[in-house]
Design a protein around this ligand. Sequence first.
Ligand SMILES: Cc1ncc(C[n+]2csc(CCOP(=O)(O)OP(=O)(O)O)c2C)c(N)n1
Length: 328
Amino acid sequence: MTTGAALQLSRDKLLQAYRTMRTIRDFEERVHEEFEAGHLPGFVHLYAGEEASAVGVCLNLDDEDKICSTHRGHGHCIAKGCDVTGMMKELWGAADGLCAGKGGSMHIADLSKGMMGANAIVGGGPPLACGAALAAKTLKNGKVAVTFTGDGGSNQGTTFESMNFAAVFDLPVIFVFENNGYAESTASSWSVACGDIVNRAEAFGMPGMQVDGFDFFAVHDAAAEAVERARTGGGPSLIEVKFGRFYGHHEGDNQSYRGKDEAANLRANHDCLNLFRQRVTEASLLESADLDSIDTEVAALIDRAVQDARSAPRPTPEQLTTDVYVSY
Ligand SMILES: Cc1ncc(C[n+]2csc(CCOP(=O)(O)OP(=O)(O)O)c2C)c(N)n1
């Protein structure tokens, strides 16, 4: 995979890419701290280290394009434009959180942004994305659907059915498999038959690409190609994004299944934000000062979001059943 095209992105787009990756990183680091301190309820799976995937893909989409996410969904939400303060409030269970405090970390959705939802069901996203893509194809509106699925989710029957369905109906859908090396504690090198997930594309008759997930530019270029194909009637594509996660499967995971220095090595040598910085400054596309000021702005944004979330009102007992059941 070449990484040439994304380097041609406008200055504004490059700044947007960095700002969004930095927002995800700071959101995740702060959630980690707050969870450890016992301030946050619920169950949390962090995306830190994987930012280049969500941002590289979603920079090719608009609000009318749909995405489906996973239990590790904060990064996808932020990359698709969800309000960060609303998300932080949602994690805190606040009444004015993005889903009125009833979704929490694993069920955030914002249909106005084309974010169809994080999803606690492994392999739950691909069928939803096929539905959205079928709607787009029927309406002939040129929109696309993307499903982010883990390596564990790549082995689910729902995923195989969806890939077959998408190929048979030539749907504008992109299957992004985020292979961070593990499904909980099970290594993908053991659980994924045929070695690489990308090899499965051929069996379903769709183009497949495997990219370095630490490299925003590689992800962006692969996604641009797949999105263009989908928009112009070329049908589905598969992208396998290979990288690692900085944290455990969930907050509280003792990570005994991986080497003690694995995460430290990822942070030191494979940090997508550092790599982005290096690429754009070496190519004289952006100055370090541009990126430093984004860092300062984002730090303040996340801090404000946490303060707001802490003081936001919680749902009342009367609100217990509102927004939960929908009658059609
Ligand atoms: C259908 C289903 N089976 C099992 C689980 C329990 N579970 C939650 S996350 C997870 C691992 C998912 O791994 P992967 O798809 O690789 O995503 P990652 O956590 O690596 O991002 C499992 C087995 C679940 N939530 N849903």
